[in-house]
Design a protein around this ligand. Structure first.
Ligand code: SAH
Ligand code: SF4
Ligand code: F3S
Length: 463
């Protein structure tokens, strides 16, 4: 293969996908590729895809339309679709005129090889898992483990931050969710491997590590006659020198290990006081239909416990509005829960039926889109008032911030000089902080005095 091919990677979806994109680009750079910021001069374009809602898939399809157009004048350009949509649609995606390679999440270690083959043999390449719910084949697991350990998962955008996967897949089968069908069965990775990876990242200058799993708090690994939980992992990782902040997402509302994890958080300043734990709904009827194994009151009780163990903890949640048969009363129960939960932030989604999931097979998508839209906006409104009040409490505080770099959006405070442009960073509790300072701070910690706030962003001055 020509060893200076230009690679462009575009990612959709969750942090799992961002991590996969980071691993893939790190592997392909080692194989001789050079990253480019523009599709136009790329020799290879990879699109890392998400299947969680129809909208996410539509965006990919429209992108492929765009690439088809570009390929008219650049027929040698190789287009690969990787990620969850690749696994879900497989050969159907390969039929798309623009697509040369379709590669599922478990096959990313083969990507360099697939690209070489697509270039040399000028034919389409498909690599996905045939039966995704059968436990992963030994060789597939081994290859993924080697791949994950060999390549860097440093964030491409945020210096000194990295993701580390601690679990693959999901066994929860929430009735609306496609993830178990595209990411396969739940597997916890060995603690030694995870800790070794974090050590390597710390040696290369990484300061913040985010541990990833679909239900990250149910991490469980038996070894030497003891069970490792997420709490054990966090404590062990917090002792690695160089690591200053540890975060983890996403948590499932479950009693198991919950107090241990909260106590670990309370005991170590390195474990960020941030919990992302989706509720999805506040109606017990809907929660049951969603196959979420808790009631609204159980959920709120967990939040109380989190707050009593960890002072100052920031909590975020996810919600789906317009699930089949969600009545106005059910929706009100969700509003009620949001009022009580006092989230620092909530992510709200309109229900999108996913082919092959239990909800899609069992129920019609009964709530019309305009009602979904109305409920989405109403819930956002409720949350925004709460977020606004919570963030106002930060005024006058000095917050420790991990600086990401130049702020892309022009915010309220404009840059005061070329040496002091507008920067953006993040607190341990996941607030975005905007302030002026030298670009050399990117990847460093800084203290910022908060002077102004909006619901999700804090504005301030470098101390
Ligand atoms: N594993 C994580 C997140 C999964 S996907 C968890 O369990 O918390 C991220 C979010 O997308 C979910 O929390 C849910 O709110 C939303 N989501 C998942 N499937 C969806 C669907 N079919 N329609 C709308 N939103 C969906
Ligand atoms: Fe999907 Fe539920 Fe698994 Fe989260 S826990 S990935 S929502 S099935
Ligand atoms: Fe999407 Fe796959 Fe993540 S479906 S949300 S990219 S695991």
């Amino acid at each position: 293969m020509n060893l200076s091919k230009k690679l462009y990677i575009l990612s959709f979806g969750c942090q799992m996908n961002k991590l996969d994109s980071a691993l893939v680009s790190s592997a392909l750079i080692q194989a001789g590729f050079i990253l480019t910021e523009s599709v136009k001069d790329a020799d290879v374009v990879l699109i890392n895809t998400c299947s969680v809602r129809e909208h996410a898939e539509q965006r990919v399809i429209s992108h492929l339309g765009h690439l088809k157009h570009i390929k008219k004048s650049r027929p040698d350009m190789i287009v690969g679709v990787i990620g969850c949509m690749a696994q879900r649609l497989g050969d159907k995606l390969l039929e798309h005129e623009a697509v040369n390679i379709v590669c599922g999440p478990a096959q990313i270690p083969q990507l360099a090889e697939l690209i070489t083959k697509a270039v040399n043999e000028k034919k389409k390449e498909l690599a996905v898992t045939e039966n995704i719910r059968r436990s992963a084949k030994e060789n597939e697991h081994g290859a993924l483990e080697d791949f994950e350990s060999a390549y860097s998962s440093e964030d491409e955008i945020i210096p000194s931050q990295a993701y580390v996967r601690i679990m693959r897949g999901c066994n929860n089968f929430c009735t609306y969710c496609i993830v178990p069908y595209v990411r396969g069965p739940e597997v916890s990775r060995p603690p030694d491997t995870i800790l070794e990876q974090i050590r390597k990242l710390a040696d290369s200058g990484v300061k913040q590590v985010t541990l990833l799993g679909q239900t990250v708090n149910s991490y469980k690994y038996y070894k030497d006659e003891r069970t490792w939980s997420l709490a054990d992992l966090l404590i062990a990782a917090s002792q690695i020198s160089g690591i200053e902040w540890l975060k983890f997402v996403t948590s499932y509302p479950s009693e198991e290990f919950f107090d241990d994890i909260m106590h670990a958080m309370a005991s170590s300043p390195k474990i960020c006081k941030y919990l992302h734990m989706p509720a999805q709904s506040g109606s017990d009827k809907i929660l049951k239909a969603m196959n979420r194994n808790y009631t609204a009151s159980m959920y709120l009780e967990l939040l109380d416990r989190a707050r009593s163990i960890v002072t100052g903890i920031a909590i975020a949640g996810d919600f789906i509005v317009g699930f089949p048969d969600e009545t106005e009363e059910d929706f009100q129960a969700t509003v009620d829960l949001v009022q009580k939960a006092k989230y620092r932030n909530a992510f709200i989604f309109k229900y999108s039926p996913r082919p092959g999931t239990t909800a899609e097979k069992r129920w019609l998508d009964t709530v019309p889109d305009d009602i979904k839209q109305k409920r989405n906006a109403a819930l956002l409104d409720v949350q925004e008032k709460i977020s606004d009040k919570l963030s106002m409490e930060f005024i006058g505080n000095v917050e420790k911030v991990l600086v990401e770099g130049l702020s892309k959006k022009p915010h309220l405070n404009s840059k005061d000089s070329d040496n002091n442009p507008q920067l953006v960073g993040c607190t341990g509790t996941d607030y975005i902080v905007v302030f002026n300072g030298p670009v050399s701070l990117a990847g460093q910690f800084a203290n910022v005095k908060i002077t102004r706030t909006s619901p999700l962003t804090l504005f301030g001055e470098l101390v």
